[in-house]
Design a protein around this ligand. Structure first.
Ligand code: F6R
Length: 241
């Protein structure tokens, strides 16, 4: 595991964007596993900057997102499909047919999980971008006695709904369920890029990276992966020093 701690968030964003840029220059048809939430926004901005400076093209890339809320349409500005279009897809040259998320409006959730898993199995990610939840979740794989390998519907923990309520008009509007890629699919990525910012996550960073490997801290399973790059701002990394 390679851990890098940055003085500023901007340095972190540039470094992460450079990793994507280099990968796509070496492998134009790379498969990218992507995340939403507040953590990747600055990285996507830097990627767009690189694209605008003709340093990178996404015309041959394929993307698979980690998760999507159940019951939200892509037009709903809180859906992850909307987020991805807003922060990345509409700003680069990737054809929409090459971008994938679980379909929050699927009629049959079980079939939707099977459909998404078939895609993931056929196209393992060259790089999987991850944020980290305060309780150690990755994707929406919440702490539990056991974790699922494949795509599944999760009941979101109240603490996760509360953490995400800041994006919604009220707590009632925060969906109770979400589709998420399973931990097995995440761990199949060639490289995992875990990005964490902020002092409120310093404790869980330390626990996930240096504590016991346990399904009660899903991110601790990353310790078993041969190629994990962890990018932290100074605050998130403060308990590692
Ligand atoms: C997002 C995702 C989540 C977030 C995590 C951190 O697609 O899967 O695991 O990465 O909840 O969220 P932020 O970045 O908003 O602190």
């Amino acid at each position: 595991m390679e851990i890098k701690i940055f003085e500023t968030s901007e340095q972190l964003d540039s470094y992460a964007a450079e990793l994507f840029t280099q990968l796509l220059n070496e492998k134009p048809n790379a498969v990218l596993g992507l995340a939403t939430g507040s953590t990747p926004i600055g990285i996507y901005d830097k990627i767009v900057e690189n694209f605008n400076h003709n340093k990178v093209s996404f015309s041959g890339a394929t993307t698979y997102n980690l998760d999507e809320y159940v019951g939200l349409t892509p037009e709903n500005d809180q859906s992850y499909a909307y987020y991805m279009n807003r922060h990345l897809f509409s700003r680069i040259d990737i054809p929409s047919s090459q971008t994938h998320l679980p379909n929050g409006m699927a009629e049959n959730p079980e079939e939707e999980c099977t459909r998404y898993d078939a895609l993931l199995n056929a196209h393992p990610a060259d790089i999987q971008l991850l944020g980290l939840g305060h309780n150690g979740h990755i994707g929406f794989n919440e702490p539990d006695g056991e974790l699922s390998a494949g795509t599944h519907v999760v009941k979101l923990k109240e603490e996760t709904r509360e953490a995400n309520a800041r994006f919604f008009a009220s707590m009632d509007e925060v969906p109770k369920e979400a589709y998420t890629m399973g931990v097995g699919s995440i761990l199949k990525a060639n490289t995992i890029l875990l990005v964490v910012r902020g002092s409120d996550k310093a404790r869980i960073v330390k626990e996930a990276l240096t504590g016991p490997i346990t399904t009660q801290v899903p991110a601790s399973l990353l310790q078993t992966h041969p190629r994990v790059i962890v990018l932290l701002d100074r605050e998130a990394g403060r308990m590692l020093e």
